[in-house]
Write a protein that binds this ligand. Structure first.
Ligand SMILES: [Zn+2]
Length: 273
């Protein structure tokens, strides 16, 4: 499979096929490099909630805003809770959660908008970033899916929300971003039972039994199956081969770094022409 992300600068990767087709679209994922944070957060930590110094997180965000030519006044961010609430963003929301945690959207793990000059941002360290794009109708969106959000079918909820806006599933393109690979992600029976329930009528099994009660789970593949179940054509779903845990040189990983680490960011927005 072709890798949808290309490293543009040390700080970020862009989704090639989308941003080449539409030069006003900015869509991609950050790395852990090129920032100012210290210790376990070195260097480009984007997360406000991980005990890093606030001034360093703000400085990192400013560096990215400059790189992307997307002012912080236009960013929106969330207090993510591994649930499945999705917020539609309007023009007046611009700037919420951009330079401090307090103003961000509470209890939110997904955003979408049809407005220009809004950068939808969400934070990750191993969880799955999903970026959504309906070029014809001018809609963009993003979700954050760890195992809870994934089995809660946040990916399918975004498709339903867009169907409610008059967009059919076969007009939606999705990119599944850098996140933990199945070799690096072991889960127990509790998680696998939820996955099995979800895939009852499905042949594809995105997990392997390794030992008694221990499974490798492919969260990216599971999200792709959920999207297909929701009607998104398979050839419109691209999956990144980057693993946040394997690629120590590029990414933070919650599992690899034993919980003390920084946060990466997915971003998608249109610049006004
Ligand atoms: Zn891996």
């Amino acid at each position: 499979m072709r890798e949808p992300f290309t490293l543009i600068k040390d700080r970020y990767l862009l989704i090639d096929s989308w941003t080449k087709k539409d030069s006003n679209l900015v869509a991609g994922f950050t790395t852990k490099n090129g920032g100012v944070s210290q210790k376990e957060y070195q260097t480009l930590n984007i997360g406000f909630h991980v005990d890093d110094r606030l001034v360093d997180v703000q400085a990192n965000r400013r560096l990215l805003a400059e790189d992307l030519s997307f002012s912080l006044n236009c960013w929106v961010g969330a207090e993510q809770t591994h649930e499945t609430y999705i917020q539609r963003i309007g023009r007046s929301d611009a700037g919420r959660g951009a330079i401090e945690y307090e103003s961000s959207f509470k209890r939110t793990d997904g955003f979408y908008t049809s407005e220009k000059n809004i950068l939808l941002t969400l934070c990750y360290a191993d969880c799955v970033p999903l970026l959504f794009y309906a070029p014809k109708q001018g809609f963009i969106g993003a979700t954050h899916a760890g195992w809870k959000g994934t089995v809660g079918e946040i990916a399918g909820k975004m498709i339903k929300a867009w169907q409610g806006e008059g967009i059919s599933a076969n007009e939606i393109f999705v990119v599944i971003g850098p996140s933990i690979c199945s070799n690096c992600y072991m889960v127990d029976d509790k998680v696998i039972h939820r996955v099995q329930k979800l895939l009852e009528e499905y042949d594809e099994k995105p997990y392997n039994l390794i030992s008694e009660g221990q499974y490798q789970l492919d969260l990216k593949h599971l999200n792709a199956i959920i999207l297909e179940k929701s009607g998104v054509p398979k050839h419109q779903i691209d999956i990144s081969t980057y693993c946040t845990s394997c690629h120590d040189d590029l990414f933070y990983s919650h599992r690899r770094d034993k919980g003390r680490t920084g946060r990466l960011m997915s971003f998608i927005g249109w610049k006004e022409e």
